[in-house]
Design a protein around this ligand. Sequence first.
Ligand SMILES: [Zn+2]
Length: 211
Amino acid sequence: MRADREARLGLYLCLFIAAEAKKIERIGSGVIGIDPGFANLLTTSQGEVIEHPRELEGAKRRLAQAQRGHDVKLAARIQERIGNRRKDRNHKLSRRLVAENIVIYFSRDNLKGLAKRFGQSVASSGHAQLRGMLAYKSPTSGTRYVEVDAKFSTMTCSVCGARSGPRGLGMLAVRQWTCAECASFHNRDMNAALNTLKAGAGSALEGHAQV
Ligand SMILES: [Zn+2]
């Protein structure tokens, strides 16, 4: 009987905690596009570059060592610590992005291909976790969060719409380029973020793209 009551109480508490979404204080009214990447964690259409956390590299090395030595307990502890730090960092980052912006367009382009080729590094950055956090935190401050299928966002010039930019995994190393059509100079990821913003805002990329 008592166990029953405790179980019910536990369930109630869990639901209560899950439903409690903290309101985020608004500090800006931006509208941004976000391009998740391999070279950097995120790049925004405003030119902000958020790098992959380097502090995890040391922990990853220690984890590999523990795994090679078959120290299961130590490996589990290190893994937990890496996970906690990533989560903490993603919480802070998502909270700030939601506080600063009233609309967030997040590109889904490229993620699959990149994850396949660079599985470890892309997955360890927690793009998926970050997207989840942005999605559930946005409503708490009235931010609109939209995931955009920004096709060709990397190869399309955000100024003239020509598909004159780097394409394919073979051109991942190209970080900056000049449009052959309109001579605009682009930072690869910021250009993709601008296209994500455009696509999200309803200006169809395909509409004015040239092949
Ligand atoms: Zn152009």
